[in-house]
Design a protein around this ligand. Structure first.
Ligand code: HT7
Ligand code: ZN
Length: 875
């Protein structure tokens, strides 16, 4: 297939400053008339053909400057329209009529129907499924959109921008016209038409303008949009206060749809959301759902400035909008909730999703240099590592210079389509710092590693840290350059407080951060009388892996005393991981797991430590997942041994802390009205972690009682998971699963939790169970949420099921990937990513996984999306 390369970028010879579109909507046959004002660039030769993108289009008519185009003036295929003899004027109009069938569109890109609602998804290259266009993000146009539909079928007609006109057309038809004054790329175009209910509110901006807000949901679900509306208003205020960014249109609309390939989409003034990230109430949504809604509502809203007002020159620059916007939504959530808890959650996500990507066959730089299918680059590297890079810019510059750089970026580039170089230049200018070496974070794939050892000389008061950086090779990047790594640190004294020092040499050390720029640094601190325990990468200042030569007693000390709450969590997490790795090795060697007593007693200490917020205690008590342990082990992975080791550790901790845990679990029972606020959610989180330990030590009864007594989904779903995962064969589990299904039979989003909990039951038997669940009336292979809840959860979160030694898990997922591929390549390709760690498995499983991948690759007809993933994974 064709490879797109960053170095091949060329500005287009043509611009399309204005575009008028008319949609006449029917499910089977929608007519789209697009009137493009085309402008030839002054430096382009007049004869240059105009080549427009299409994707599976049917051209009905074409006019140039209002007259039917002569047959020899153009060449049309479903995938392109070439104006071979464009008018010799600088400006002309093209009128293009295409015919679409939204009802047949199951790929969910372009114009499609979701539960009877017409909606669009144009990022990255879906607009070309609607009309022929220069479908690239550096073509910015002002849109005027007229929508015509049967009033009964679609009383609601929405597009980007402000509403300008609406009326009746007779014979049951009506129309609405929308105008978006802000020039935008085609990927931000959106249209929605259907029969939905509105939840309305208003927001008065800092400068006093009133914005009409609406969230559209299916009838009867209005109350479940209240939290999303509240989150939206908080996000709008926060962007004014923290970044000085005000909203710019008279209306801001959000529509929730049930068939959506990703989480949500930031179309200008008309965000379209997967309903999973809008709808929530205590009976149907967990605290995690509430937190996700808050974060994603904010994320899409923040794109209005970082993505929409300033957009990407080309798709290689995707992190320009995504990394930056994730950084902004992380900061928002940290301000709304608890900063250390949020940071730990971010790092867990980064390690679970981005580290394996960076360390596997699909590794790519935050700003890739080449792609075959851009849909496959909406990755954890672009989003999450992209956000980490922005966070490091702030660390390197300091808060004030960072804000000055952002202000400069907004001022200088408003209304433009720009690059990472443009972005970095703003920070260099605002701070006077040279970011040339730092820029490697955008250009070079792979997770840097730091190896650290320390020496202390009590007599001279010298403390030396020897630090060596290395960046492992990644596909097509064998040799790496040295990075600028900002490493936050502390020297923890015997009393648990941070020690001061007189001087530091061997690296730039400023405000508690060592700036590593060379392969080796020997950082020499003077005036350090007592031996410090070194705390490194505080707050996870850099997305690196770290090995520190440090006695186990130092880790235990940090786990109790580090003043940096992230690093305190990290110390304990490392101890748990090391214990699980050791136990897994013993189990593989036919021995029983054994654990140190001091580790087993620590969880009860933490659980009872009321100086720590409950949400933090919950995270500290959460054991690393099986895949976290596998990642740390690196190679020759046996998921069964890891699962057995982790279970043994959980049981041992549960037994040791049983009395304390039971007391706290009981004391945390909530009375009174449910509130989704962070503090209440933290108490529920702690209670649920304790339940997991108590069940491991004492059996299913407590979980069964919590399930029955729960008056909120957080506690109900957690109890169900404990039952299903720890006691899959028990009567209590059978009863709870049946009760859950009966209660939520008519709520697909909640039934997704029921699918997931069963798909993640550990062990051999789950693959058959998942197969059987695919025949459940609520399951559908065409709805991405259902596919992710059942098949995606099995492949990504069921280590012992997916990696069944006989390969049945792999064969099942590969078959399902192909079944989804037939109608939705994007979702199929994402599902296939679950194979990416195949080379790190022990030899038997490795071969089974390879065969399953090869079976996909051997298919004659594969989408670009899937072929790209499978071939890179196998390479
Ligand atoms: N910018 C949005 C990305 C997105 C998307 C990409 C490809 C296919 C479908 C999609 N739906 C949404 C989401 C975001 O990051 O805000
Ligand atoms: Zn985004």
């Amino acid at each position: 297939g064709q490879v797109f390369r960053l170095e091949d970028y060329r500005a287009s010879d043509y611009r399309i400053p204005e575009l008028e579109m008319t949609f006449r909507l029917t499910a089977e046959e929608t007519r789209v008339t697009a009137r493009l004002q085309v402008e030839r660039r002054a430096d382009a030769t007049p004869q240059t053909p105009l080549l427009l993108d299409g994707d599976g289009l049917v051209l009905e008519a074409l006019e140039i400057d209002g007259a039917p185009a002569a047959p020899d003036a153009y060449e049309a295929t479903p995938d392109s329209l070439k104006i071979t003899r464009p008018p010799q004027r600088e400006r002309f109009t093209l009128t293009i009529v295409t015919r679409l069938a939204p009802a047949d569109n199951k790929a969910l890109m372009g114009l499609y129907l979701s539960n009877g609602v017409y909606c669009t998804q144009c990022e990255a290259e879906g607009f070309r499924r609607i009309t022929y266009f220069l479908d690239r993000p550096d073509i910015l146009s002002v849109y005027r959109v007229r929508i015509e539909a049967r009033r009964e079928e679609a009383p609601l007609l929405l597009s980007n921008g402000n509403p300008v006109e609406s009326g009746d057309l007779g014979e049951g038809w009506h129309y609405a016209v929308w105008h978006d004054p802000f020039p935008k790329p085609s990927y931000l175009f959106a249209l929605v038409a259907g029969d939905l209910s509105a939840v309305r509110d208003r927001f008065v901006t800092a400068s006093g303008r009133t914005v009409a807000l609406a969230i559209y949901v299916e009838h009867g679900k209005e109350e479940r949009a209240a939290y999303a509306m509240d989150a939206l208003k908080r996000a709008m205020r926060w962007d004014e206060e923290r970044f000085g960014r005000e909203y710019d249109l008279n209306v801001f609309n959000i529509v929730a749809v049930s068939d959506f390939n990703m989480g949500a989409m930031e179309n200008k003034g008309l965000n379209i959301f997967n309903d999973k990230y809008v709808l929530a109430d205590p009976d149907t949504a967990t605290d995690t759902d509430f937190a996700n809604i808050e974060a994603i509502i904010a994320h899409e809203y923040f794109h209005n400035w970082t993505g929409n007002r300033i957009t990407c020159r080309d798709w290689f620059q995707l992190c320009l909008k995504e990394g930056l916007t994730v950084f902004r939504d992380h900061e928002f959530s940290a301000d709304q909730r608890s900063r250390p808890v949020k940071r730990i959650a971010e790092v867990r996500t980064l390690r679970a999703h981005q580290f394996p990507e960076d360390q596997g066959p699909l590794a790519h730089p935050v700003r890739p240099r080449r792609y075959r299918e851009i849909n496959n680059f909406y990755t954890a590297t672009v989003y999450e590592k992209g956000s980490e890079v922005v966070r490091m810019i702030r660390t390197v510059l300091g808060e004030d210079a960072f804000r000055a750089g952002m202000d400069l970026y907004f001022d200088r580039h408003d209304g433009q389509a720009v690059t990472i170089e443009d972005f970095l230049a703003c920070f260099e200018e605002a701070s006077g710092k040279d970011l040339a070496q730092f820029a490697l974070w955008y250009h070079q794939a792979g997770t840097p590693h730091l190896a650290v050892s320390t020496r202390h000389d009590a007599e001279s008061g010298e403390f030396v840290m020897d630090i060596e950086q290395s960046v492992p090779p990644t596909p097509s990047e064998a040799r790496k350059r040295l990075m600028h790594i900002p490493l936050a640190f502390g020297l923890v004294g015997p009393d648990g407080r941070d020690m001061t020092y007189q001087s530091a040499e061997g690296a730039e050390v400023e405000d508690g951060v060592i700036h590593l720029r060379k392969r080796r640094h020997s950082v020499r601190f003077t005036g350090v009388r007592a031996r410090p325990v070194v705390s490194l990468n505080r707050g996870f200042s850099a997305p690196v892996t770290l090995s520190v030569e440090q006695p186990r007693s130092d880790r235990l000390f940090l786990a109790r005393h580090d003043s940096d709450l992230f690093s305190r969590w990290e110390a304990l997490n490392t101890l748990f991981t090391e214990a699980a790795i050791e136990a897994a090795a013993r189990i593989r060697g036919g021995k029983a797991a054994e654990f140190e007593a001091d580790l087993l007693s620590m969880p009860a200490e933490i659980a009872a430590d009321e100086s720590l917020e409950a949400a933090y205690r919950a995270l500290a008590l959460t054991l690393p997942g099986e895949s976290d342990v596998a990642r740390e082990m690196g190679t020759n992975i046996d998921p069964d041994a890891i699962a057995a080791a982790r279970d043994a550790l959980r049981t041992a901790i549960g037994r040791q802390g049983q009395a304390t845990f039971a007391e706290i679990h009981a004391a945390l029972q909530q009375h009174g009205r449910f509130s989704p606020d962070a503090e209440s959610a933290g108490r529920r989180a702690l209670r649920n972690v304790l339940l997991d330990y108590l069940a491991a030590a004492g059996g299913p009864e407590l979980a069964a009682r919590q399930f029955q007594a729960a008056d909120n989904m957080t506690e109900r779903a957690a109890a169900l998971a404990v039952l299903a995962h720890q006691f899959p064969e028990s009567e209590q589990t059978r009863a709870a699963l049946a009760a859950f299904e009966a209660r939520y039979r008519d709520n697909p989003l909640v039934l997704d939790k029921w699918f997931t909990v069963q798909a993640t039951v550990p062990g051999q038997g789950t693959v058959d169970r998942v197969r059987a669940l695919m025949a459940h009336p609520a399951f559908s292979l065409t709805n991405p949420n259902r596919v992710r809840a059942l098949i995606g959860a099995f492949a990504s979160f069921n280590q012992t099921g997916f990696h069944r030694a006989d390969g049945e898990g792999y064969r099942f997922v590969a078959d399902t990937v192909l079944a989804v591929e037939a109608h939705n390549p994007q979702v199929a390709a994402r599902l296939a990513v679950s194979f990416r760690a195949w080379r790190s498995l022990e030899p038997g499983r490795r071969e089974e996984a390879r065969k399953a991948l090869a079976a996909i690759a051997g298919q004659k007809q594969l989408s670009r999306d899937l072929r790209d993933i499978v071939e890179r994974t196998l390479a």
